[in-house]
Design a binder for this molecule. Sequence first.
Ligand SMILES: [Zn+2]
Length: 127
Amino acid sequence: MSGTDTPSLMTAAWRGFRRICPRCGQANLFSAYLKPVGTCPVCATDYSGIEAEDGPAWLTVLSLGPFLVPLAFGVAVSGWPAVITYPVLAVAITGAVLLLLPRMKGLFLAVLWVSRRGPPIKSEGDG
Ligand SMILES: [Zn+2]
């Protein structure tokens, strides 16, 4: 790979979802759980100016809600002992969120990188 190629939106989004560099697909996009690398060590793409803000959290909730709400409702009306089912449900929901959140952040960063959205541009008259 030349390192100067720009992948398609879908390719970059899939790479971001897998938490690897949207551009080269060879290096990790995160240096910690939710901390993106400043610059890709393989292709030197700068991700430092891209801020995902609350988007990944909203996307995680919107993605999991259609599955977890019926599950929680089903457990609640099942008649199973709440002392067992509620902690199991809480661990399952928390685990699903913790698994999906960094993937959604990677996807979000990739889409923002493809769209070339950087930090807001301040004009002289702002303020
Ligand atoms: Zn890269």
